[in-house]
Design a protein around this ligand. Structure first.
Ligand SMILES: Cc1cc2nc3c(=O)[nH]c(=O)nc-3n(C[C@H](O)[C@H](O)[C@H](O)COP(=O)(O)OP(=O)(O)OC[C@H]3O[C@@H](n4cnc5c(N)ncnc54)[C@H](O)[C@@H]3O)c2cc1C
Length: 447
């Protein structure tokens, strides 16, 4: 039987559909972004979705402005190129489904290099790696867990934790971490079975040697973006929308709003969002995922470049190790879910202490003495993100569709939360941004 997949549909047509064809209109040459006044369209937020929307509008020759609150472009996809000898991604790092990803396809235009992620992950059990039989056992348990979640999703959209088979035994905490805290940023008790079951497999990954944040920033039409300019109010004008920023006011035909769901519900932007949209955003609140990056004195863990290692854990106090970023001695340790949230709320030192103690427990040696430099993220404390990735609450998968509904055909929401299958990814945010721009162009005309 032929199994049609998203990949098989998209792989053949993606080049034509997503990348501008040779000779297709390119973004207009840079000029100063306007600080206020009338433009065709206003994009709020220069993260992945905002950048994708901007490129679409630029290709259609529209006058628009992208207004970004932070000092840098990228949102939850930011590369720190200063702390370590190699660039390190503070948020998104993996380009999933790189063979059909529009971001991967556009990379050559920027002159940046992509390389394929090594396949598979390793599993640490105490001070040793899982044996082949143990790995088989884990993978079979994972298959059962995913099947139970998919089965429950077809009947009733309960919490994933409720759907898990009762007999996962010793692997339960590890399954809960990989599927919940790590993949969704939330414990499985807070995640909808339908949302997880619908999310597309994140395989065939690639990395950008200069950092995924660097790549995205290069894809942004720079002249149109005004950074360090928070939007404070979004409202209706006589024939369109009005956007107030800390530096001025814009009017336009329509606005594409790409801020995270946590920002949307935070009240930071005064905005009479219909209750339907507000409820949807509340059900798609961001989970927690944070990263401790440690530059070690040499390859202390004896791992290859870019290896991903999980632990057979006994409880929630676990993490994922990404070793030797791009062949360097920088290792990142990711925590998530309620454990990650509580740890990050205590402060950066506690995050670093946990990471070092955890690594030492798994690999031995004096890791603490061998840390040259360190960096941490606390995404829930980042004022313009307030969290990591959206995962729908039990029963709330349909909230993603609601969030995509245009408001009076003038305000369009885009972002990772507004993608039904690629939520929580750069690919999802990108597609969502493009869709919002296409919707705007359909209503207001392409030229
Ligand atoms: C730790 C971590 C690891 C991740 N790993 C991966 C990964 O490996 N691969 C992957 O595909 N995805 C990953 N993700 C998810 C990915 O980063 C997001 O899905 C994606 O970056 C979201 O893009 P977005 O455009 O929807 O939102 P955002 O990136 O949040 O963009 C919204 C923008 O709006 C701006 N903004 C907010 N408020 C205002 C305001 N009032 N005025 C103006 N601008 C405002 C923000 O500053 C931001 O730039 C990860 C996320 C995290 C946190």
């Amino acid at each position: 039987m032929i199994r049609w997949t998203r990949r098989s549909f998209l792989a053949a047509s993606a080049a034509a559909a997503v990348a501008p064809a040779e000779g297709a209109p390119r973004p207009p040459p840079p000029s100063e972004p306007p600080r206020s006044g009338y433009v065709d369209f206003i994009i709020v937020g220069a993260g992945t979705a905002g950048i994708a929307a901007a490129r679409r509008l630029a290709a259609a020759g529209k006058r628009f402005v992208v207004i970004e609150a932070a000092a840098e472009i990228g949102g939850r996809c930011i590369t720190d190129s200063k702390t370590f000898p190699v660039p390190y991604d503070r948020g998104a790092h993996w380009i999933y489904a790189a063979d059909i990803s529009p971001v991967a396809r556009l990379a050559p235009q920027t002159g940046l290099a992509l390389y394929t992620a090594p396949p598979g992950q390793r599993m640490r059990i105490g001070r040793r790696y899982a044996r082949e039989g143990e790995m088989e056992d884990f993978l079979a348990t994972m298959v059962r867990a995913n099947a139970a979640i998919a089965d429950a999703a077809r009947k009733n959209d309960v919490a994933c934790a409720q759907a898990l088979p009762k007999d996962l035994g010793e692997w339960r905490p590890t399954i809960e971490f990989t599927l919940g805290a790590y993949a969704c940023g939330k414990d499985l008790s807070e995640v909808s079975t339908a949302d997880l079951a619908r999310s597309i497999e994140r395989d065939n990954a690639a990395f950008c040697r200069q950092g995924l944040g660097t790549l995205l920033a290069k894809l942004a039409p720079p002249a149109a973006t005004q950074v360090a300019t928070p939007v404070t109010r979004l409202g209706w004008a006589r024939s369109g929308v009005e956007v107030e920023t800390t530096k001025g006011q814009f009017r336009g035909n329509a606005a594409i709003v790409t801020v995270s769901t946590n920002i949307l519900t935070s009240g930071k932007i005064k905005f009479e969002l219909p209750k339907r949209h507000l409820d949807a955003a509340s059900k798609l609140r961001l989970g927690h995922r944070d990263r401790v990056a440690l530059e070690l004195n040499g390859n202390l863990l004896g791992l290859r470049a870019d290896e991903l290692v999980f632990e057979k854990s006994e409880n929630k106090a676990t993490a994922a190790l990404f070793a030797n970023v791009a062949g360097s001695t920088v290792c990142t340790i990711d925590v998530g879910g309620s454990f990650g949230r509580d740890l990050a709320s205590k402060g950066p030192e506690q995050l670093v202490d946990f990471a070092i103690t955890w690594l030492t427990g798994l690999y031995g040696g004096d890791i603490k003495k061998n840390v040259k430099r360190q960096a941490v993220t606390r995404w829930a404390q980042e004022p313009w993100a307030l969290g990591a990735i959206s995962a729908a609450a039990p029963g709330a998968q349909s909230a993603r569709k609601v969030l995509m509904e245009p408001i009076s055909n003038r305000i369009f929401y885009a972002g990772e939360a507004a993608h039904e299958t690629l939520w929580g990814t750069v690919g999802g945010a990108w597609e969502s941004g493009e869709r919002a721009a296409d919707a705007v162009l359909k209503i207001f005309g392409r030229s």
